[in-house]
Design a protein. Structure first.
Ligand code: DC
Length: 223
């Protein structure tokens, strides 16, 4: 992990972390770790396997069968039991279930090694809730994203429409609010800005302005 440049992007659900991570990845040629997908994978596996309770054994059995495989587009696909489950993970139900299970300390600890295993040259953009505070505390640049709830709900709504779903804006708003509360108030690795993080409110900024700002910060952090 030493010498591999890492940029962490933490923040609220639908605050623009994934979009900016992809743009940064495109500009810098770095891989993107979308860490939420690992918690989503756990939530999804729970339903397909009918897991009632997470014991230490169940958790390590599941973790041993999860693999993250780098993609040509500099992201990672998630495999469980050698099956690619990535496309099943991006819906709001799985997101909420992921938020529920993400307070489990053993799951968080178990997923650390998978996240550390994603570090590779030429660099990594790691986004999530605790990338700067817990998973990559020595990252060269830490960003914390925030945006107001209406802007985030509309963004999420537009994404779901684009992916062919028929979402309800008010339900999305409620689900995001519920997730924010859970993510910020859990005991283990709660969502918060690291003391070294640069805070960016994306509500009123366009994506190119945010990209320029982060690329500028990255340049400064290298000298
Ligand atoms: O970023 P996301 O919406 O895909 O994340 C889904 C849930 O996973 C989120 O509500 C909380 C949890 N999560 C977490 O606890 N820690 C992370 N680093 C990333 C996500």
């Amino acid at each position: 992990m030493i010498n591999v440049p890492i940029i962490t992007i933490d923040g609220l659900a639908s605050s623009g972390k994934t979009t900016i991570s992809k743009l940064l990845s495109h500009h810098l040629g770095f891989y993107t770790l979308d860490s939420g997908v690992l918690y989503r994978a756990f939530a999804y596996i729970k339903t397909i396997e009918g897991v009632d309770e997470y014991t230490t054994d169940t958790i390590s059995r599941i973790i041993n069968k999860i693999n993250m495989v780098p993609t040509k587009t500099l992201g990672f696909d998630i495999f469980y039991n050698k099956n690619n489950i990535t496309t099943h993970l991006y819906n709001e139900e799985v997101g909420l279930a992921a938020s529920n299970i993400s307070k489990n300390e053993d799951i968080r600890e178990g997923l650390l090694s998978i996240q550390h295993g994603s570090v590779q040259m030429p660099g990594l953009i790691a986004n999530g809730r605790d990338m700067g505070t817990k998973v990559f505390p020595d990252a060269m640049l830490k960003i914390y994203f925030t945006a107001n709830i209406d802007v985030r709900a509309k963004r999420r709504y537009a994404q779901l429409i684009e992916s062919g779903s028929s979402p309800n804006l008010e339900n999305i708003r409620k689900s995001l609010e519920e997730r924010d509360q859970k993510d910020m108030n859990r005991d283990v690795s709660p969502l918060k800005a690291d003391k070294d993080a640069v805070i960016i409110d994306s509500s009123a900024l366009n994506i190119d302005t945010i990209l320029d700002k982060i690329l500028g910060l990255y340049k400064i952090s290298r000298v």
